[in-house]
Design a binder for this molecule. Structure first.
Ligand code: SAJ
Length: 416
């Protein structure tokens, strides 16, 4: 264990911050979690969690019980600060750095000589340097890497997380980490910190490359999903089963096509490519088009439902799945939610929503003729079955139950 970090503070206790706090605490480092959400703070201090992530509850419970993890709404002194706050976009896909700025400004009064500040939030290139400027503005008594290089009082690095929701606990430990220090010493200190719980490699680089690396990874995935989604549209026109096509093409030793779906959701892949486009709009042509292809997919699904609904006076439509991907409860930026919202607006019929991971419909989907239902009841009553998410539970549905229904399978779980 690294004894130089006695106390570490996590700013932002969401899907990344809380698991990271828990991993550090499980290595017997004193962790102070900070979040503006009082409910999250209270939940964690009871040893419980406010998000769904396998195995995280046990680690948080043990860390709180043993006194290694504690949450609060106000930053306190620590040896290292990891900022993991949201970076959404505003207006025409422009990155919104408000949360990063307020996180940086909130820790500025408590940082001291020798501290390490790490930004983990997905950010446009240059954000870490900007964060260092905000900190320096508020603490003229301390020196920062942009002023004093290796001799700075405060070390600053950008270290993106790259964990997959649903597998966060194992991926936090087993994934390689890109460590983008503003100086070599910053990278070294950040590596020392991550090495307390990461068993994989920590690879040093500079802050800008690390920022771009995170954006590149998610854009790579987005472009590849866009390719699959475009193929699905082409195959619909040409009466070809796209899932069979992809399976066959993937038999080639150097081809590995991803899966088409109803669109790309979540707070990462559907957002991060825009951070590249916003910095270099003229150059990022393919990246922008991929975003547009993926964003157009929900509308093509709605067109299919509309065409199917025309066959009935008042169709009963079972919509299976709301989350942005399989086997999680996260509805953020979910194409399924977008699709269901449109179906509600168009009053296409009675909507029976099946989402095994939630107990109540989100407010945006509360309307007359919309009901959250159990799978068997919804299937039994449906004229049209719209499969939106490939949750494990849906694979097990007996095929006979779908006979005499119109099936729109956007994930290919039955059509493949
Ligand atoms: N999707 C498809 N077809 C596919 C794969 C995914 O349509 O073949 C859709 C999913 O249904 C979902 C969306 O893409 O709507 C995103 O899902 P995902 O599983 O690809 O990714 P996320 O958003 O859960 O996590 C990604 C991961 N990035 C990469 O795989 C490059 C993860 O490692 C990152 O840490 C995470 O983004 C993040 O936080 O940035």
């Amino acid at each position: 264990m690294n004894t130089r970090f006695q106390t570490v503070s996590l700013i932002g206790l969401g899907y990344i911050g809380l698991p990271t706090a828990a991993m550090l605490a499980s290595r017997k480092i004193k962790v102070i979690g900070v979040d503006i959400n009082q409910h999250a703070v209270d939940t964690i201090n009871r040893g419980e969690i406010h998000i769904v992530e396998p195995d995280l509850d046990m680690i948080v419970q043990a860390s709180v019980a043993q006194g290694y993890l504690r949450a609060t709404t106000r930053p306190e002194a620590a040896d290292a600060f990891l900022i993991a706050v949201p970076t959404p976009f505003k207006g025409d896909h422009e990155p919104d750095l408000t949360y990063v700025e307020s996180a940086a400004r909130s820790i500025a009064p408590v940082i001291k000589r020798g501290d390490l500040v790490i930004l983990e939030s997905t950010s446009p290139v240059g954000t870490t340097e900007q964060m260092a400027i905000w900190l320096a503005e508020m603490r003229p008594d301390l020196s920062f890497p942009q002023q004093k290089g290796e001799q700075a009082d405060i070390n600053i690095a950008y270290c993106p997380e790259r964990v997959l929701p649903g597998k966060v606990v194992t991926e936090l430990v087993n994934n390689d980490r890109v460590i983008g220090g503003m100086t070599r010493r910053c990278s070294q200190r950040a590596t020392d910190l991550y090495k307390t719980f990461v068993t994989a490699e920590c690879i040093p680089t500079n802050a800008r490359t690390a920022e771009m690396c995170k954006l590149t990874e998610n854009s790579f995935r987005d472009v590849n999903i866009a390719f699959a989604n475009e193929l699905s549209v082409i195959c619909d026109k040409l009466a070809i089963n796209v899932w069979e096509l992809i399976r066959l093409a993937n038999r080639h030793p150097r081809v590995n096509i991803l899966q088409p779906g109803p669109g790309v959701g979540g707070h990462c892949i559907a957002v991060d490519p825009w951070f590249i486009v916003s910095k270099t709009p003229a150059e990022a042509r393919l990246i922008r088009i991929a975003r547009e292809v993926n964003d157009s997919k929900p509308h093509l699904v709605i067109d299919k439902v509309r065409a199917a609904a025309e066959r009935f006076r008042s169709p009963r439509i079972a919509c299976l799945g709301l989350s942005f991907k399989a086997d999680i409860d996260d509805l953020r930026e979910s194409p399924s939610v977008e699709i269901v919202q449109h179906l509600i607006q168009e009053k296409l019929g009675d909507l029976m929503i099946v989402e095994p991971h939630i107990n109540a419909l989100p407010e945006s989907l509360q309307a007359p003729n919309v009901e959250l239902m159990a799978l068997p009841d919804a299937i039994h009553a449906a004229d049209i079955v719209l499969l939106l998410v490939n949750h494990r539970a849906f694979y097990e549905l007996p095929r006979n139950d779908l006979m005499a229904k119109i099936v729109i399978d956007t994930r290919g779980i039955w059509s493949a």
